[in-house]
Write a protein that binds this ligand. Structure first.
Ligand code: BTN
Length: 245
């Protein structure tokens, strides 16, 4: 285990591990030990990679497993979930720069290429720290997945892990600073511009039921807005499934 200085910023601490249970878990541990805002953890392999809704994130070698430590100052706690959209935009910026165009989003935290999921974001936190966990299928994707999946390499994009890391980190800083200074509205607008299936029929799986309707918007808190014959639904959590056709 070693602390390295990244060439993106002389001050940034990056912990690079061969293997971790979960980089989010490592990042939380480092944050408790006092690691600074912007410090990051990357692991080649994760043995207990965590996904949204308590799911497992299967972490294949060759994929990116990254966690960034954020120490928000003067931010109301209810705004913190917005950071997953900030991180999604930073990944899109980085991938665009790396020659991977047309990355789209699926609410709340998925990154898609041609409608297939290749990345996800998991926010975890304590009172004064948020861990932004980013998993990108760079080389491959697991055999069993809940959503149709893909990986950059399988879509014809060869991206070096190290290069991707050093593209994401400064772009995350930039997006974070803009969000901190200007609020959520520009983030919301950018995210919606690249959201897949906006204006189309989706099905949103909730713990007790599914809601089918048209994905019309994301509101100023980050909730998904779906319309159907019963009215307008404001959804705070759930899994969006795309309908065929
Ligand atoms: C999702 O379910 O879509 C979110 C997946 C997030 C996975 C990443 S990999 C790096 C970080 N460490 C974890 O244990 N999870 C996140």
């Amino acid at each position: 285990m070693s602390w390295l200085q990244a060439h993106t910023s002389p001050e940034r601490q990056i912990l690079i591990l061969e293997e971790a249970g979960s980089t989010n878990e490592e990042a939380l541990r480092l944050a408790r030990e006092g690691a600074a805002h912007g410090a990051a953890v990357v692991a080649k392999r994760q043995t207990r990679g965590r996904g949204r809704q308590g799911r497992v994130w299967e972490s294949l070698e060759g994929n990116l497993h990254l966690s960034i430590i954020v120490r928000p100052v003067d931010v109301q706690p209810e705004r913190l979930p917005q950071l997953s959209f900030v991180a999604a935009l930073a990944c899109r910026d980085a991938l665009d720069e790396a020659g991977v165009p047309a990355v789209q989003f699926k609410w709340p935290n998925d990154l898609l290429l041609k409608g297939r999921k290749f990345g996800g974001i998991l926010l975890e936190g304590a009172s004064d720290v948020v861990i932004i966990g980013i998993g990108l299928n760079v080389a491959d994707y697991p055999a069993e997945t809940m959503f149709p999946a893909t990986a950059l390499k399988l879509e014809g994009f060869e991206v070096e892990l190290d290069a991707l890391l050093h593209l994401i980190l400064p772009r995350f800083d930039r997006r974070y600073d803009a969000w901190h200074a200007k609020g959520f509205e520009p983030v919301r607008e950018d995210w919606l511009e690249h959201a897949a299936r906006k204006g189309e029929k989706v099905s949103v799986r909730l713990p007790e039921k599914a809601i089918e309707g048209t994905f019309v918007d994301m509101d100023d808190t980050g909730a998904l807005i779906v319309h159907n014959s019963e009215g307008t639904h404001t959804l705070l959590a759930g899994d969006v499934m795309f309908k065929k056709g």
